[in-house]
Design a protein around this ligand. Sequence first.
Ligand code: ATP
Length: 140
Amino acid sequence: MKKSFAVIGLGRFGGSICQTLSEEGMEVLGIDINEERVNQYSMIASHAVVGDTTDENVLKSLGIRNFDHVIVAIGDDIQASILTTLILKELGVARITAKAQNDYHGKVLQKIGADQVVHPERDMGKRIANNIASNSVLDY
Ligand code: ATP
């Protein structure tokens, strides 16, 4: 059976995850508090809805606990990211990946039970630096 995903926060990071999973043929629900962002993804994701995920009732009404994997891609609003992750955990979501804005944010996300915490900017910086370093070795 196809796995189902929900992506919360359709900024550049969440939007890219939403689009890539959709292109891979996965069932994806995109959620954002911003209607414009939701409209942008309504033709890309299987479903896209407007909602504030810090409201437990919003997540419950979307049947979020039935999704196999939920990605929390809210960045700047650290409070909203933490509260959303906490509610997802309390509702019994099977797998949660959460984006951290900094090390402290990452630590809290891990403590409250995110299964995977990602630091996209830091990790991409490392990858690019490693790539530059290995290419410069080959250049000599
Ligand atoms: P990115 O860095 O991925 O480009 P961004 O800078 O546009 O993202 P962020 O603050 O990281 O913005 O938030 C990502 C998305 O999360 C935004 O589209 C924002 O509307 C959404 N978002 C923020 N708070 C909530 C919330 N409480 N419920 C649902 N979506 C939210």
